[in-house]
Write a protein that binds this ligand. Structure first.
Ligand code: ZN
Length: 191
């Protein structure tokens, strides 16, 4: 287990679609060590999630975990979830203007439209197939991580270029209003 270097925007691995993990390889020490490294790297960086290709592993695998995160104080908590070969389906057309950052995009944040009701089908680290409906703000995080597997970083999805801002400007001027929007979403959906 180790904390790995997080690749930064512009790196070719980040902009390429990732490959499927072979299901019978999930139990191998190699794939299990990828997962352990992703957990260590995400926690070390106070991330809310990380995709395998962010640490140079070009496979369709991401993890999400939100505790009491100083980087994202407004996020509802999410237990550690390991997501392999996910398929995401939008359940409704309702979207939320999600202001996002990324461990691979230093300093910058911007607003991206995300669906608030999704269904995710995936394999967990035990190789068990899971199907889960996710609603509310957490659904935004799932879509952000899933985009990584298709080589898409959040700046690719920004439609309002005026929404780009630095983390410090966001915290100073925009975080209170955004946290209120997130709270309303969380109160509506419970997540
Ligand atoms: Zn990201």
């Amino acid at each position: 287990m180790s904390v790995r270097e997080i690749l930064q925007i512009g790196h070719p691995i980040l902009s390429a679609p990732a490959k499927k993990v072979e299901i019978d390889k999930i139990a191998t020490p190699e794939v299990q060590s990828w997962i352990d490294d992703m957990i260590d790297t995400m926690r070390d960086a106070n991330g809310a999630g990380i995709a395998a290709n962010q640490i140079g592993i070009p496979y369709r695998l991401f993890i999400i975990e939100v505790g009491n995160n100083p980087r994202y104080p407004y996020k509802p908590t999410v237990p550690l979830t390991i997501v392999i070969n996910p398929v995401i389906e939008f359940l409704t057309d309702e979207t939320f203007a999600s202001n996002e950052g990324c461990l691979s995009v230093p300093q910058m944040r911007a607003t991206v439209d995300r669906h608030v009701e999704i269904r995710a089908s995936y394999y967990d680290r035990d190789g068990i197939h899971q199907s889960q409906e996710i609603r509310g703000y957490s659904a935004c995080t799932w879509q952000h991580e899933h985009d990584h597997l298709d080589g898409i970083l959040f700046p690719n999805r920004v439609t309002d270029m005026q929404s780009f801002c630095s983390w410090s400007v966001f915290q100073q001027y925009q975080q209170p209003a955004f946290a209120k929007m997130v709270l309303e979403l969380v109160q509506k959906w419970g997540a």
